[in-house]
Design a protein around this ligand. Structure first.
Ligand SMILES: C[S@@+](CC[C@H](N)C(=O)[O-])C[C@H]1O[C@@H](n2cnc3c(N)ncnc32)[C@H](O)[C@@H]1O
Length: 404
């Protein structure tokens, strides 16, 4: 701990300022969440960073793997607060946290109070040791810290009223549903077609229905539930298509596709440059067969080989040897761009029309409307028994995306 870290009054002032900021920004709305933020000394859980950094609204990276990929962190306060708001934790609740670190577990303990219980589990023994020591030092020795693969939950203390997952998952593990009490809630950063959203799901008659969702980012789940996107290179300069486990792309059919003439179509739909396109992307993923995400290295974009929007990963569709993806062009107003599509390959004209038609449909019917509802049923559920919508098969479940 730093010298300043030993000054509890200074730490309390910084903590108070951070909490004030989250309240002012509307991230914290529930006064019980606010009280928990005011109570838990975050600096105890990140002893190697300066006190000021412990109370900055930022993630604190704790560990990387051999390839340099982040595998453990103490999450950004904004994200922690947002997930606690989604979880709606009440005094007396029994809570399971999957993905440990200690800080969030301490907040959870504040929220459940003396009559509730918190179990936090992690696959990494170093994280477990650190969490145990920090929780004791911060005054939360009663939090149960367990070294195990979160895919299997922690049956010893089940059932749980709430399960809060703090690591990116691709699916809902059967153990989580088994260990959830009737009418319980799971809050989980779920990766769907290249985007991660923190989603609050309520258990209703054996299936899960989403109540709220917000875009977020977390480290990836390891262990039995690990499930990375597959990346299909289609050109040099790191031009790649990302797909999920249930999808496939015939890379050979796309060989040289970017050298074929371009087809373009424009949608007349304008977007503010600051406006996220994530909802549009989810709409396109739910409506267009052959959906994938196109990414490209800087050099590919500089050469004009591809012009994806957003530049870090655009919605795309593939049909056989044809590829089309979302792009944009400048408008008279420098704050706005017009969305469109670029395609290459034998059916390029058709695919860019399909993309722009869906951009227009989303704009007219969903852009400012309610968010979609995600439901999660066991994988064996026949399609006839699923809600209407777009169905995605996962290892253990079937996800349905329904747009109201
Ligand atoms: C973002 S950190 C958790 C942050 C923490 N909740 C906090 O209080 O700030 C994600 C954690 O998930 C853990 N993790 C990854 N895969 C896991 C798995 N299958 N089961 C349990 N923990 C896992 C990592 O070791 C890492 O410590």
């Amino acid at each position: 701990m730093t010298a300043a870290g030993n000054d509890p009054r200074y730490a309390a002032r910084l903590r108070s300022a951070l909490t004030d900021l989250l309240v002012t920004q509307g991230v914290i709305r529930d006064e019980r969440v606010e009280a928990a933020f005011r109570a838990v000394p975050r600096h105890v859980f990140v002893p190697l960073v300066p006190l000021e950094s412990a109370y900055t609204d930022d993630v604190v990276l704790m560990k990387r793997d051999e390839a340099g990929v982040a595998i453990s962190s103490v999450s950004q306060p904004t994200v922690v607060a947002m997930m606690l708001e989604q979880a709606d934790i009440r005094p007396g609740h029994r809570v399971l946290e999957i993905g440990s670190g200690g800080y969030n577990a301490a907040l959870l303990k504040e929220l459940v109070g003396p009559d509730g219980s918190v179990t936090t589990i992690d696959i990494d023994p170093d994280v477990v040791d650190r969490a145990r020591v920090s929780l004791a030092e911060a005054g939360y020795p009663e939090v149960r810290v367990v070294w195990t693969d979160g895919e299997f939950g922690s049956p010893e203390s089940a059932p749980y009223d709430r399960i809060v997952v703090t690591v990116t998952a691709w699916d809902i593990a059967p153990a989580w549903i088994d260990q959830l009490s009737a009418n319980g809630r799971i809050v989980v950063p779920l990766r769907v077609r290249g985007q991660t959203r923190s989603i609050a799901f309520d258990l209703e008659n054996g299936f899960l229905r989403s109540r709220s969702m917000t875009l977020c980012g977390f480290v990836n789940m390891q262990g039995a539930g690990a499930n990375f996107e597959r990346v299909v290179p289609i050109h040099g300069d790191k031009v790649e298509l990302s797909i999920d486990e249930d999808q496939s792309i015939d890379a050979a059919a796309l060989d040289g596709v970017l050298r074929q003439p371009r087809a373009r179509a424009w949608s007349a739909v304008l977007m503010n440059r600051e406006e996220p396109v994530s909802d549009l992307d989810l709409w396109l993923a739910s409506t267009l067969p052959g959906y994938c995400v196109l990414t490209a290295g800087r050099s590919a974009r500089k050469k004009g080989l591809v012009s994806p929007t957003p530049r870090w990963g655009a919605s795309a569709i593939v049909a056989g040897g044809t590829l089309a993806y979302v792009t944009s062009r400048a408008t008279a107003d420098p704050d706005f761009v017009e969305l469109g599509a670029i395609g290459h390959g034998p059916d390029a004209a058709d695919l860019v029309e399909r993309l722009t038609a869906q951009i227009q449909f989303w704009h007219h019917h969903h852009r400012h409307g309610p968010e979609p509802v995600l439901t999660i049923h066991p994988a064996t559920t026949p399609t006839a028994e699923l809600p209407a919508g777009h169905h995605i098969p996962n290892r253990h479940t079937r996800t349905t995306i329904t747009w109201p």
